[in-house]
Design a protein. Structure first.
Length: 141
């Protein structure tokens, strides 16, 4: 029985990170993914709709989110949003990696691995800017 529960938990975890798990993601995550879908289709979409396939990397502390988008069976039409009825075509091109760094979306073809790595690295090493007087102390007035 414990083995069955463990297997079921693992399957649910895997499903939550692929295109079929879009509906299980938080509103924050789906907002970023929708932004990526729009950017990828506008910049790299050809005849087929590009849609969410999986989350590649996330660092919530650094506000970095990297997703993979792939062509689907659906034709490319606006609005560019997640479309449940479209099936991902795993081997079709173009495949696009979109990196959201602190609200700024950048998308590259998946074959541009060096550019993707540089963008992720740069985002993860940006310092957070917090407004204040530099002391880190806020005084009540």
């Amino acid at each position: 029985m414990r083995g069955s529960l463990l297997l079921l938990s693992a399957l649910l975890l895997l499903e939550s990170t692929d295109g079929n798990g879009y509906d299980q993601l938080s509103q924050h995550d789906t907002d970023i993914i929708d932004k990526a879908i729009k950017a990828a289709n506008e910049g790299h979409g050809k005849t087929k709709h590009l849609d969410f396939d999986s989350i590649l990397t996330v660092n919530y502390d650094k506000r970095m989110f990297n997703v993979l988008l792939k062509p689907t069976t659906c034709d490319r039409t606006e609005p560019f949003v997640h479309r449940k009825e479209c099936k991902i075509q795993n081997k079709a091109k173009p495949q696009v990696s979109c990196v959201d760094c602190r609200g700024e979306m950048t998308c590259f073809l998946l074959r541009e691995q060096e550019k993707i790595k540089q963008t992720v690295h740069k985002c993860l090493h940006l310092r957070s800017h917090i407004a204040g007087d530099g002391t880190g102390i806020t005084l009540a007035k």
